[in-house]
Design a protein around this ligand. Sequence first.
Ligand code: AMP
Length: 185
Amino acid sequence: MFIVFIGPPGAGKGTQATRLVDYLGIAHLSTGDTLRAAIEQQTQLGRRASDFMQRGELVPDEVVNGIVAERIEQPDCARGCLFDGYPRTIAQAEALDKTLDKRDTPLDLVLDLKVPDDELSRRMLARKREDDTPETIANRLQVFRSQTEPLLDYYEERGLIVSLDGLGTPEAVFERIKSCVDARK
Ligand code: AMP
């Protein structure tokens, strides 16, 4: 299965994505994780992405589209892939559609994890990531609303969206995710 996982920063996507890829036996493609690893290894990609990430802005589309196009050719993506934190703009969604069409493996499902804003800020401040300062958090939420939320309409038109309540224990949220995925298998 090829699945896109959409949710605002702090919604718990990372935790749920890890469980879901184990459950389905598919690859986990997190552009955020790839970028953080590149920064740590001080690669050219890391140097290019670092300032954007510190400010809570999006890294340019062509950079993340390049990461995904390369990663999806790896053998572990043959059975499917969970896109976590990608796409985040309409241009990225169009690029992903093209990449997947070429391989004849279209998207099966788009999971939309819903969590209210006050709970998002609380969760992000608790996890202490380098880009989780109050200013960056506010900016990332605003970027999500303006650039990523329009994707919900994009995928709704294609009949791919399933919205889920992201409140509750990680176990309870995962049970909801599992039911959606099982229904689409
Ligand atoms: P995440 O771990 O998914 O919350 O991503 C952390 C940061 O990495 C974001 O705030 C962006 O700066 C950058 N990033 C991750 N994925 C993308 C993407 N698909 N498009 C643009 N920037 C991204």
